[in-house]
Design a protein around this ligand. Structure first.
Ligand SMILES: Nc1nc2c(ncn2[C@@H]2O[C@H](COP(=O)(O)OP(=O)(O)O)[C@@H](O)[C@H]2O)c(=O)[nH]1
Ligand SMILES: [Mg+2]
Length: 696
């Protein structure tokens, strides 16, 4: 995991090669990387979908099985990182030796923290001019608040980067630049005299860092440091990594085939095996009792579906992480979300987009299955006799949308099939039908995300389509509180309809999300089912705010009074009264429009700094900070997403292609009233005689 372009795919290709899984080394820029198998990935030279594979590595006479998932760095595809971190037991965080801890590295690091995934770091690209291993180590400390424990330091730098120095063994490991084995061959050498002092200094720091994580070891270290063996030290370092107290640091230059074998040694030495991770926790969905499953093949089956993908040959695949028990082809398993059984037609071990059929997959492993009916990302599959639900995953909400329609009317059904398949794969992609206009709207994480999806609709599904301009997904918020009485009364011949409610409506209390519903009606004054119906009415009303039907994030309703009629009242009528009451009352609460704000970071040569900043100002942006890194200027700003469409192209023009930008969703913020008025008039198609948007 890492920022875009740090070298994840390049490093993964080396791992596949050195572990004997491939016999040619695929390069990202030739479109030949095995792990970047999608046509859109090959063309763009970026990773879009997380690809999984399995390899074996021998270390100290033992063979280890490693399941690897190569993830994308671009935030538009953050779902791929999220689902991978949800199921992996350890992660390698790559850092570019020049760029250091870049914004998306911080983002994925936070994601790994959330799932408490132990990490080791690999500082890459040490062959590049401007790279600096030591600076990146200190950034890992200052920016990520982590405790880096370099196991190595680089041997040589920039053009003269030769290899790495193993601090514990006190040996230089050198790869020959003219080597024809693509880095398979390397040599151990003595540390040159002029480096001995640096090596001792870093070795000392490393030993201290590790000993500080273990009281007993620290005591011995202070009393008699010579009594600590290498084995004891390595064991303590492994424990400290798994308990998230340290991050072992490795280094190299993946593209130059340097340092990868040591990284593999590090992975098997320090990252946990499924046994180290221990039992998974969940609940029995039927009796709501907490349950645990040990990583043991004799336990009942527990597996989590973390990815759905469509393969042109085998059909719909669900990727599973198996936590306990075994899964066999032909098994009947229970999907606890829907309480339905599924027959596992076939099992595969995945190698990027290729499948190796398997008869059985055991606890600790990753596999893909086909032949199921209804499995979604985040579903738990279990032994039907021993059901358990594991925690699913949280995915961010899409912030931009685009209207799409087929070029020919005959393609309407095929377009909607394509959209549904893509939405099945990707929980951050949502398709909506605009009820007023009848248009189909694609909602996604960013321009690149939607662009790639539209490209797939054309190429994978063969549907030509027209698209609108990308739009921001606004939200609405109430800012004031009002009291309203709604009387719903209808008399049509026989049985009439009647519901009366009196309620207070306004923004929810600080930090509360969703509907904050407070019932103040005395018990017995209104049947409970009517109160629940009122609550449901308000909850559903939140999808359509009072200004332009954008959703509300939060709402507070205090139900003060309710009157019913013994014959004419029912739940549905109370629900309707709440909805109608909401529509009238919410108008009076000074609603405001909210827009998504992005956190942008631009890395630019000094000379374009002024241009980049004034361009941000034109975009209603706020520059929040500037720093210098490896001779380049870094500008951080908060900018409304609405102003950022096509930004990458503008920046390229502005800086002759010498600056790079990354953007990430930050938060929603109130739109300036004048701009909000414009937006609302454009969206609702109405021009208001008076200021419809009255909030100041
Ligand atoms: N000079 C140099 N370039 C590298 C190194 N590792 C990767 N690259 C290049 O950096 C670019 C991005 O690499 P990629 O593996 O796609 O990065 P990812 O986005 O993290 O998967 C490619 O052009 C690689 O060839 C390295 O160690 N040194
Ligand atoms: Mg990649």
């Amino acid at each position: 995991m890492a920022h875009i372009d740090a070298g994840k795919t390049t490093a993964t290709e080396r791992i596949l090669f050195y572990t004997g899984l491939t016999h040619r080394m695929g390069e990202v820029h030739n479109g030949a990387a095995v792990m970047d198998w999608m046509i859109q990935e090959k063309e763009r030279g970026i990773t879009i979908t997380s690809a999984a594979t399995t390899s074996y590595w021998k270390y100290n006479g033992q063979e280890y099985k490693i399941n690897i998932i190569d993830t994308p760095g671009h935030v538009d595809f953050t779902v791929e990182v999220e689902r991978s971190l949800r199921v992996l037991d350890g992660a390698v965080a790559l850092f570019c030796g020049v760029g250091g801890v870049e914004p998306q590295s911080e983002t994925v690091w936070r994601q790994a923290e959330k799932y408490r995934v132990p990490r080791i770091a690999f500082i890459n690209k040490l062959d590049r001019v401007g790279s600096d291993f030591y600076r990146v180590v200190s950034e890992i400390k200052s920016k990520l608040k982590a405790n880096p424990a370099p196991m190595q330091i680089p041997f040589g730098s920039e053009e003269k980067f030769k290899g790495v120095i193993d601090l514990i063994e006190r040996k230089a490991i050198v790869w020959d630049d003219d080597d024809e084995t693509l880095g398979l061959k390397f040599e151990y050498k003595d540390i040159p005299g002029d480096m001995v002092e640096t090596v001792e200094e870093w070795r000392e720091k490393l030993v201290e860092t590790v000993c500080e994580t273990d009281d007993e070891l620290l005591e011995r270290f202070l009393a008699d440091r010579d009594s600590i063996t290498v084995e004891e030290f390595m064991l303590a370092a492994r424990k400290a990594t798994i308990s998230l107290k340290i991050v072992p640091v490795y280094c190299g230059a993946a593209f130059r085939n340097k340092g990868i074998q040591c990284l593999l040694d590090g992975i098997v030495t320090f990252l946990p095996s499924p046994l180290d991770v221990g039992s998974v926790k969940g609940i029995n969905p039927f009796i709501k009792k907490a349950e645990e499953r040990a990583p043991d093949i004799n336990q009942p089956l527990t597996a989590l579906a973390f990815k759905i993908a469509t393969d042109p040959f085998v059909g719909k695949l669900a990727y599973l992480r198996v936590y306990s028990g075994v899964i066999r082809s032909g098994d009947l398993v229970l999907n606890t979300r829907v309480n339905k059984k599924e027959r596992i037609a076939r099992l595969y071990q995945m190698h990027a987009n290729k499948q190796n059929p398997k008869e059985v997959i055991e606890a600790g492993d990753i596999c893909a299955i086909v032949g199921f009916k209804d499995i979604k990302t985040g579903d738990t599959l279990t032994d039907p006799r021993k059901p358990i639900s594991l925690e699913s995953m949280n995915f961010p909400e899409p912030v931009i949308s685009i209207v799409i329609e087929p070029k020919t009317q005959a393609d309407i059904d095929r377009l909607s099939q394509a959209l549904n398949k893509l939405a099945d794969e990707d929980p951050t992609f949502q398709v909506k039908l605009d009820e007023d206009s009848g248009q189909t709207i694609m909602n996604g994480m960013g321009e690149l995300h939607l662009e790639v999806l539209i490209d797939r609709i054309k190429r994978e599904f063969g549907v030509e389509c027209n698209q609108g301009l990308p739009q921001v997904n606004y939200k609405e918020a109430l800012t004031n509180t009002v009291i309203h009485r709604e009387v719903f009364k209808k008399q049509t011949g026989g049985k009439g309809r009647f519901a009366e409610i009196n309620f207070e409506i306004g923004p929810a209390d600080e930090d509360l999300n969703g509907l904050q519903f407070i019932n103040e009606i005395r018990t017995g004054d209104l049947p409970a089912e009517f109160i629940q119906a009122v609550e449901k009415g308000f909850r559903e009303s939140m999808f359509n705010g009072p200004l332009a039907s954008y959703p509300l994030d939060n709402l507070k309703v205090i139900l003060k009074e309710g009157v019913y009629h013994p014959v004419d009242s029912d739940a549905l009528t109370f629900e309707l009264a709440a909805k109608i009451g909401f529509r009238k009352a919410a108008q009076m609460t000074d609603p405001v429009l909210l827009e998504p704000i992005m956190a942008a970071e631009v890395v630019t040569p000094e000379e374009y700094m002024g241009d980049v900043i004034s361009d941000f100002n034109r975009r209603r942006g706020q520059v929040e900070g500037m720093e210098t890194r490896a001779g380049a200027r870094i500008i951080k700003a908060k900018v409304p997403l609405a102003e950022q469409f096509g930004y990458v192209t503008t920046l390229r023009t502005l800086t002759s292609g010498r600056a790079t930008a990354t953007m990430e969703f930050s938060h929603y913020e109130e739109v300036h009233p004048e701009i909000a008025k414009e937006v609302l008039e454009r969206i609702t198609g109405k021009t208001y005689l008076y200021n419809h948007y009255h909030h100041q």
